[in-house]
Design a binder for this molecule. Sequence first.
Ligand SMILES: [Zn+2]
Ligand SMILES: [Zn+2]
Length: 333
Amino acid sequence: MSAKDEQLKAGTSKEWNWHPDLPVAVTPLFSWPPRPLATFRWFATNWLPITEYLIYAAMAGVVWAWLVPPLDQMQSLSWGWVLQLWARNLILMTLVAQGLHMWLYGWKKQGEDYKFDRRGPAKQARIFLWNDQYWDNVTYALLSGVTVWTFYDAIVWLAYANGWAPMITAQSNPIWFFALFALLPVVQSFHFYWLHRALHIPWIYKRVHSVHHRSVSVAPWSGFSMHPIEHVGYMSLLLIFLVVPAHPIHFLFIGFSLALASATSHAGFEKLVLGDKAHLKVGSFHHQLHHRYFECNYGGPEMPWDNWFGSFHDGSPEATERVRETKRRMHSK
Ligand SMILES: [Zn+2]
Ligand SMILES: [Zn+2]
């Protein structure tokens, strides 16, 4: 194996305590000529055997069955059911983000295994509330994040309860019901790229998005730690359920893939080690690169906007050099 190939293999490097196989993988869904087999494999590994998406879909089923106020109660706005949704979202967010935080950073259950950045969250840093990244991130995520999430939840539930939003079931539209689970993350990636691209316009970046970027070495609570205006944009994807025929389980699923998955994608670790052989992929090296080098990887791997617009960082030192050059050009302007 050549030295170059060796560098591409998952492992440690000068820059990273751990990096996955390089170049960073992105979806083959939009390849030309089409790559049906690779595309099939991409979707299969997104969902099988046990993956984050599968867990969110299962959670959506459980929440729909037991943790949603009765639809007839939600036909008119009232504090009772909205606060119930708020409390549920708060508990779910805390369980996932704090659970990951304790496992990875509190109890250090897997030491440095699969940890991307050698550094940890910042302490004694004046840019954070209470000079502490952890408490700062928790505050933004819970006070602003969960509240904005619940605000959109309330709008869409009100619409479902009154029959204003198109609802399907697994019986009425079985193919669409299952296809939506595969399609929605692609739509989410579309929405995220364009919103995030706008957030990096210097005027908006300074006032809004810089709140999220203060966390350079990210940890679970950093993901949902955003300026309230960014939360309003980020969670607005939920409004597609006012027009796209779907089941409330899809709506819950996307709520989780936005809010809860921000904790996993910013976990700072590629995988959770849950036993000798059991691993669960959580972290996103694609986005970790964005937090370190800023002017790259605005989107996610489910839609290759960065590849199309030349802002893709594939994890290689050459890409780092290219991004640094872009930044020098931007700042000299
Ligand atoms: Zn950003
Ligand atoms: Zn981020």
